[in-house]
Design a protein around this ligand. Structure first.
Ligand code: PAF
Length: 285
């Protein structure tokens, strides 16, 4: 027998009523914001939320404000019925799937912008992206009022931006980072992997391999600049059309490190385009 699909609410008022009732009964609420098109990576985040709380709420909202006009907002995969079925299997208690007009009623004019950590890397490659993410995540957290919220480490810079905004805006929620789920060949799971052709899918794990090779080199004392340059060359050789960045940075503030050997914990982050699909990945160093 398949598990019962979780109820879906579409308004902030219904969401607050359900979460409020649970919290009034002394239950802890875990929250996993998503844009749908769910895969094992998302499901692992919901399982993590369920370990840390009594109730798991998942939002599904393809947020228009984090896509630039030339990006894939219209093409972004959407299948709410399939998502609901998958969420039933991991014990999700409630889905919040608001329409754009519920999230951004006419007249909305406030944007949350996080200086510093949101500026380099994807912030430079995708102007406006993190303001869109920061604004919708702030709203989602204030709407749901959870005890804990879980975000994937696959979007590592996003996770750091969210940690910063929660601290700066005194939002009373604990932010948890969930480990990146990978295919057997190392490719980080992503809803956008669905865009890859068969040949591109075969080349895609090279992003993870290039970063992993750079990590080995850095641990062996190779200078940052050389390890980064070699990873970029490797991706170009593997057929990536464009490498937006491969950079080693501080693990929390994402500050640039010097070009020499690393002296402490760091994170290597990469973004590159294969065909028409932009892939990102990162690893601890
Ligand atoms: O990581 C995502 O899926 C989105 O950026 C998020 C956090 C749900 C905000 O729209």
């Amino acid at each position: 027998m398949s598990p019962i699909a979780p109820p879906i609410v579409r308004t902030m008022a219904e969401l607050r009523a359900r979460v409020g009732a649970w919290r009034a009964a002394g239950e802890r609420v875990g929250f996993t914001p998503t844009m749908g098109a769910l895969h094992e990576g998302h499901l692992s985040l919901v399982r993590l939320a369920k370990q840390r709380a009594d109730r798991a709420v998942v939002s599904i909202f393809v947020n228009p404000t984090q896509f630039a006009p030339h990006e894939d907002f219209d093409a972004y995969p959407r299948d709410e019925a399939r998502d609901a079925e998958l969420l039933a299997g991991v014990g999700c208690d409630l889905i919040y799937a608001p329409a754009a007009a519920e999230m951004y009623p006419p007249g909305s004019s406030t944007t949350v912008s996080v200086a510093g950590v949101s500026e380099p890397l994807d912030g430079a490659a995708r102007p406006g992206h993190f303001a869109g993410v920061a604004t919708v995540v702030t709203k989602l957290l204030l709407q749901a009022g959870p005890d804990v919220a879980v975000f994937g480490e696959k979007d590592y810079q996003q996770l750091q931006v969210i940690r910063r905004l929660v601290r700066d805006l005194d939002i009373p929620v604990e932010i948890i980072g969930g480990p990146t789920a990978r295919a057997e060949d190392g490719l980080a799971l992503s809803s956008r992997n669905a865009y890859l052709t068969t040949a591109e899918r075969a080349a895609a794990p090279e992003l993870h391999r290039a970063l992993a090779a750079a990590v080995d080199q850095l641990r062996a004392g190779r200078p940052v600049a050389e390890a980064e340059a070699e990873a970029v060359a490797r991706l170009t050789r593997a057929g990536f059309a464009r490498v937006d960045y491969v950079e080693v940075r501080g693990p929390h503030d994402l500050a640039r490190l010097g070009p020499g050997p690393i002296a402490g914990p760091a994170r290597i982050l990469g973004a590159a385009v294969l065909g028409r699909t932009r892939l990102i990945d990162n690893l601890p160093v």
